[in-house]
Design a protein around this ligand. Structure first.
Ligand SMILES: [Zn+2]
Length: 174
């Protein structure tokens, strides 16, 4: 389902899509090949629908602080050597070491490969002469990035793909 602005909002099942369409709340932009029959009529199943009224999305849910989301924020990229790794090869690094009062928070934890984490050891980036790629921040994901949780681009129906164009740094699926 797209907003009136064509921004992807969320995935709804086909029954919900029909209900919204019958209620006149959406227009159907794409159809699946499947057909659903009622007593008198048959309908092609909607694939992409667009709300007729723009929904304002001022408030994004807070993003949970956890390993997986830190890697996502940093695009699975070591913040020291700037290379991309799989989650298995990554670690969470305290920018200011924990032993020196560094907190376990969005602002002090970055993605680091095992090698860089070990190399940096108990030092700050300045002391280790390992500048950070990005200053750590609390992520404010756009709705399209949240959508990424629901949609694996490669597995999305082809008809969706031209609507999933909103860029998102750190996206692992496009
Ligand atoms: Zn590294």
């Amino acid at each position: 389902m797209l907003n009136a602005s064509y921004e992807p909002l969320k995935v709804v099942n086909w029954k919900k899509a029909f209900v919204l369409w019958f209620q006149g709340k959406v227009e159907v932009l794409e159809h699946h090949d499947q057909i659903v029959r009622s007593f008198a009529e048959s309908f092609q199943v909607p694939s992409v629908i667009r709300l007729k009224t723009y929904v304002r999305l001022g408030i994004y849910p807070k993003i949970r602080f956890c390993r997986e989301n830190i890697y996502r924020r940093d695009g699975h990229t070591c913040q020291y050597c700037t290379k991309r790794f799989s989650a298995r090869e990554l670690t969470m690094d305290h920018v200011t070491p924990a032993s020196r009062g560094g907190s376990k928070s969005w602002l002090n934890i970055v993605t680091a490969c095992k090698k860089c984490n070990q190399k940096k050891g108990n030092k700050t980036p300045e002391e280790a002469r390992m500048p950070l790629l990005n200053r750590p921040r609390e992520p404010k994901w756009q709705i399209s990035q949240q959508l990424d949780i629901e949609i694996h681009f490669a597995r999305a129906p082809d008809k969706w793909k031209s609507y999933l164009f909103f860029s998102a740094p750190g996206k692992t699926v496009i």
